[in-house]
Design a protein around this ligand. Structure first.
Ligand SMILES: [Zn+2]
Ligand SMILES: [Zn+2]
Length: 63
């Protein structure tokens, strides 16, 4: 999992919209749009990366 766009090197946090290809090339939302959802490295389709839920630290442990 890359934490930065391979095209413009902008930081992609867990909460940032990002696109990823099957070879784990990662691009930001803006670059994915300019690339028309096609990875320039391997030619694969870019898929929207699911957002990872923020870790909840204030949750009481079960039991
Ligand atoms: Zn980018
Ligand atoms: Zn790729």
């Amino acid at each position: 999992m890359h934490d930065a766009c391979l095209r413009c090197a902008s930081t992609l946090g867990c909460q940032s919209a990002a696109y990823i290809c099957s070879y784990e090339c990662t691009f930001c939302d803006r670059c994915a749009g300019e690339l028309v959802q096609r990875c320039p490295n391997c030619g694969g389709d870019l898929q929207r990366r699911p957002l990872r839920p923020a870790p909840s630290t204030d949750q009481e442990p079960a039991g």
